[in-house]
Design a protein around this ligand. Sequence first.
Ligand code: SF4
Ligand code: SF4
Length: 305
Amino acid sequence: MNLSYDDIMAAAAEIGFDLCGVTSAAPLPDEKSRFAHWLAGGNQGNLGYMERNSDKRFAPALLVEGAESVIVCGLAYGVPNEAEGCTDGKRAKIAPYACREDYHSVFRRLLPQLAERLGLNEKGIRWRAFTDSAPLAEKALAVRAGIGRIGRNSLLITEQVGSRILLGELVVCAPTDRYSEPVAQNPCSGCGLCIERCPASAILPEGGVDTRKCIACRTVEPAVTLGEEGTAGWLFGCDECQVCCPCNQKAEKIDNPLISTLFNPSEFSAEWWTEISDEEFVERFGTTPMSRAGAERLRAGAKKL
Ligand code: SF4
Ligand code: SF4
C-alpha cells in the first residue's frame, strides 16, 4: 500500500514540525564510503559507537527490516538565547539547543503522533521512530529528503532556517506515492568563516569534523572529561560554527514552541555551577540535553571557567 506524500506533509505540519521531507529507504553508498574515509582518519576519536554498524547506518532496511521510506522531520530553534556567560562575568557557554527540552524526548513524543495521524498501525504498516538513537545516517537522509544540504561545517543547512534544526525520522515499511526532491543549490556558499572561527580548528578541509578536537563533541560525549585542555569556557556544546554562518544570519528566525527554551545560562554564576548538587541538577536540567553530561561533569567543567 502506497502512502500519500501530500498526507505525510500535511500531517507533519499539523503536528508542528517546521520541515519535513520524504525519501526512499534505499542504501546510501556514496555517503558510506565518505564516512569510511572519515573513520580511517581516526576522526571519531574515542566515540567508538561511530565505528559500529556502518552497514546499518547507511541502509535503513538493515536497521528496520522491510523499510521502504524514511520521513525526516525537523524542529527549528532559530532564535538562540544569545545570552551566555555567568552573573560574575566568567564564561559558561552552553549551546542553545541544550537550554531547551531534550529533543530526544520531544521527537519520541511527536513521531508516534505522526504514525498515528497516518494510520500506520490500522493499516498494518510497521514503523520505527529515531532521533540520534540508533545508527542511522540522518543528515544524509535529510539531504536526500530535500530538507537541506551539508555545509563546510558538516552541519545540515536548510534554506529556510539555516542549520538550527533538530532532526527525527520515521522509518516506514511502505513506499509513498512520491518522494521529495533534493535541494538543488547548497545554501552553504563555501565562505570558510566556520573554519576560521572554529576555536578548536576541528573542521577538516575535505569536510567533516575531527571529534578529537571539536568542543561540542568533547563537552557532550560522556567518554570525555569536561574542563580538559581546549574546552575551558564551554560547559556543554559549542555553537561557534553556527553563530558565524551567514546562512543562519539570514535565515528565518523560527522558535518552535514544541522545543522552547527552559533556562538561560547567564542567570547563574560560575561558582553556582561548581556547587550545584546532584538533586538540583536533576530538578533544573533533568529534562534538557544537559542531563547527558550529568552533574559531576558539569561541576568539573565549571571549575575551569
Ligand atoms: S560559514 Fe560559510 S562555509 Fe561555513 S557552513 Fe556557513 S556558509 Fe558554509
Ligand atoms: S562545534 Fe565548535 S569546536 Fe566543533 S566544529 Fe563547530 S566551532 Fe569547531
